[in-house]
Design a protein around this ligand. Structure first.
Ligand code: NAP
Length: 273
């Protein structure tokens, strides 16, 4: 039986495994987690996976059966996980890294230039199968293996394939994006409160408005610009708010924020060389 190893059984590692087993790409029992925290190991076991914080012996014994290794630790733990990673793979094992800021070049430096490597930037909604992941491959990842990677990440949301050079921007857009939406939602909830609503009511109104707006865009195949214009009557309430946003330079502020995230991603990438 072909095996899949996931190094790091945190939120994202677990989300990927759930998608994979749901779609039957690997069975639960052929997924091996290597995870540092013992309480997390116990949780993964309860969920039907093989998990341990000391799989080295098993791995070395079963290395020939390992088809894919997914590296899913925090970027700061990259250096600590390299020995494990090296021990888990053979020369032709497909290595998939989801570590923000860790370049294919760095992985090749440790694993050799012949290793097939895919670099992925997923995002938090992958945890409920509604994420979007950017995929990039080195030259050793061929047709069938590319398909495998596509299927793995399609099991937790949508996928796009893009040159690795764009990863810092992708990180700043879809990687960090969920936090920006949450910040905007939080600010709207606070405004509701300041203007007289209680917390619970403001929460309910704003969250359903956010959810309904995205579903409406999707269902009616509308662009945000079309939907916005359709609800903005001349001299009406929506226009009053939008004019204030424009006067105060909200679009410029959002651009600066996203640009700062991109610059930070570049900086972190330099640290992880
Ligand atoms: N979460 C997201 O939305 C998201 C989005 C895009 C990309 N990513 C990327 O996905 C990766 C994982 O994120 P996450 O949110 O799943 O992190 P997480 O919940 O912290 O999971 C990582 C897990 O790996 C464990 N670990 C650390 N070093 C290890 C080692 N050497 N061997 C085995 N296990 C080890 C950690 O244990 P300790 O906590 O004890 O160290 C932790 O339980 C990150 O690199 C991040 O850049 C995440």
């Amino acid at each position: 039986m072909k095996k899949l190893i996931i190094i790091g059984g945190g939120n994202m590692g677990f989300a990927i495994a759930s998608g994979i087993s749901k779609k039957g790409l690997f069975s639960n029992r052929s997924i091996l987690f290597i995870e540092k925290k013992s309480e997390r190991v116990n949780y993964l076991k309860r969920m039907g996976y093989f998990a341990s914080n000391d799989l080295i012996k098993t791995i070395v014994k079963e290395r020939k059966l390992v088809e894919v290794v997914i590296l899913a630790v925090k970027p700061g733990d990259f250096n600590d996980s390299i020995t494990l990673l090296k021990k888990s793979v053979q020369k032709n094992t497909l290595v998939i890294s989801i570590l923000a800021g860790v370049k294919i070049k760095s992985l090749e430096f440790h694993l050799g230039k012949k290793q097939p490597i895919a670099r992925i930037m997923p995002n938090t909604p992958c945890q409920i199968g509604e994420g979007i992941s950017a995929l990039a491959f080195n030259r050793n990842v061929t047709g069938k293996r590319k398909d495998k990677v596509r299927k793995i990440f399609a099991s937790i949301g949508k996928t796009i394939e893009i040159n690795e050079n764009s990863f810092d921007l992708i990180t700043a857009i879809s990687g960090s994006g969920p936090a920006y939406f949450c910040y905007f939602i939080e600010s709207m909830i606070d405004s509701g409160k300041k203007l007289g609503l209680n917390q619970k009511l403001s929460n309910k109104l704003i969250l359903q408005t956010a959810k309904g707006t995205l579903l409406l865009l999707d269902k009616n195949n509308l662009s945000p610009n079309e939907l916005r214009k359709s609800v903005t009557s001349p001299n009406g309430t929506t226009e009053a708010a939008l004019k204030t946003f424009q006067k105060k330079g909200l679009a410029k502020i959002i651009f600066s924020g996203i640009n700062a995230a991109k610059e930070r991603s570049i900086e972190l990438g330099r640290l992880n060389k």
